[in-house]
Design a protein around this ligand. Structure first.
Ligand code: NZQ
Ligand code: ZN
Length: 392
């Protein structure tokens, strides 16, 4: 077991109608002039934005609004948000939406609190020394950004998608009302469940350190999300299933399911980020399309964990060699993806890269990780290229 730091300062307010507490929470964390940041309009259509602005007006809290955070959120809107905050004297950001609105809000927060170009942080050139305080009203269970230290932004020039992590960016509060996720398209619900599971799987498939308790939490979380993803496929308005998935999303990416290990693998995420940057695919679907190929490429180098996963998560029978059990576990995971209409290869994802695009993704991915990545198996640029190509 490795030493670890577990830091989750976000105050969670979970349950029905919790968005009604937003004004009190903003005041509690010192906000007097708020930027309400949101995505492409789902919160306008659902009436949530109007509800929130009414509550703030009634509480006498000044605000400005900025929508338009697209899936795989763009740097240009981040710059716009930074300018708006500076011009308007904003001292608190409220993200209302999914991971993209939250990540964009974090980047705006870094840009206001630090001089110079905010992209420097995403380009690994320097570290932020602060962030505007931010709160979240979550409308999609997926990224865990509502409690995580990370934010992922795409620079349109060159289509470079990069993540940056800093404890300064962790939200002060997260309002989580499972009812707000009921307007999600089925595809996005399934993408979210896939992403939630992958945040724990990235930590689980590691060759360094482990804790029995962490493994038990991880395996329980994965089984819970699988079960409830299938319920939501058939009953999208099932409140309890929405609630299970929502809480799992936060716990899966706030560090809990990685305590005591070496930090995890993260190769599937890094590979997906290049796909998302280039083709603008939904993050969860991109992960599902790559995972099986990655798993087959690496499992022999991480056999004990793949066997444990097959037995304890996928319910595979303990019959045959360790390798056979591990492979049946991978196949069972792919069956699960199919059962919730997620792709298991690039073709099903709707992507058919050219030779140049394969090479470009592998090159950018390698550059983004300093040449190598992975714990289950260390991967270099030629491995990344091979996984992309085998994923077709
Ligand atoms: O933009 P709007 O109109 O709001 O529509 C969104 C979007 O089209 C829609 N949506 C969200 N909530 C809804 C809803 N539609 C109806 N009803 C609702 N209640 O769903 C679509 C996807 O939303 P988005 O925020 O893009 O999804 P997600 O939460 O999956 O975020 C994806 C982004 O987060 C990054 C991904 O790479 C991607 O850029 N990630 C962030 C992480 C983090 N900060 O910790 C970790 C993740 O691994 C991930 O990389
Ligand atoms: Zn993810």
């Amino acid at each position: 077991m490795f030493d670890f730091k577990y830091f989750t300062p976000t105050k969670v307010i979970f349950g029905k109608d919790t968005e009604k507490q937003v004004a009190d929470l903003i005041k509690e964390f010192g906000g007097t002039k708020v930027l309400i940041h949101y995505g492409g309009g789902s919160v306008v259509r659902s009436g949530l934005l109007k509800k929130v602005t009414d509550i703030l007006e009634e509480a006498g809290i000044n605000f400005v609004t900025l929508g338009g955070a697209v899936p795989n959120p763009h740097l240009s809107l981040v710059y716009e948000g930074i300018e708006l905050c500076k011009r308007e004297g904003v001292d608190f950001i409220l993200a209302v939406g999914g991971g993209s609105a939250i990540d964009s809000a974090k980047a705006i927060g870094y840009g206001v609190a630090n001089d110079g170009d905010v992209w420097d942080f995403y380009d690994y050139k320097r570290q932020a020394t602060g962030c505007l305080p931010l709160g979240v009203i979550l409308t999609m269970s997926a990224t865990g950004s509502e409690m995580s230290s990370s934010s992922v932004i795409t620079k349109e020039e060159g289509l470079v998608k990069r993540g940056y992590s800093s404890d300064f960016g962790r939200p002060k509060f997260a309002i989580m009302n499972p009812v707000l996720t009921m307007t999600l398209p089925d595809y996005q619900t399934a993408c979210g469940c896939t992403d939630i599971m992958m945040h724990t799987m990235e930590r689980y498939f590691s060759n360094g350190g482990n804790m029995e308790l962490t493994d038990a939490l991880a395996e329980g979380l994965l089984r819970t999300v699988m079960k409830n993803a299938v319920i939501l496929r058939d009953e999208p308005e099932n409140y309890d299933a929405r609630a299970e998935v929502m809480w799992a999303g936060s716990l899966s990416h706030n560090g809990l399911t990685g305590c005591g290990n070496d930090g995890g693998d993260w190769a599937t995420h890094k590979l997906e980020h290049e796909l998302g940057g280039l083709y603008d695919v939904a993050h969860g679907a991109g992960l599902a399309a790559l995972w099986g190929t990655w798993a087959r490429y690496v499992y022999k180098d991480c056999l004990p964990r793949f066997k444990k996963f097959a037995l304890n998560v996928m319910g595979v029978e303990a019959v045959g060699t360790d390798e056979e059990i591990a492979v049946r576990g991978i196949e069972a995971m792919e069956d699960f993806y199919r059962s919730i209409n997620m792709p298991t290869n690039l073709r099903e994802l709707g992507v058919d890269p050219t030779e140049e695009e394969y090479a470009d993704m592998a090159h950018k991915c390698a550059a983004g990780v300093g040449g190598k990545m992975g714990s289950a198996k260390v991967l270099y640029e030629e491995d990344m290229l091979a996984i992309y190509k085998q994923s077709l």
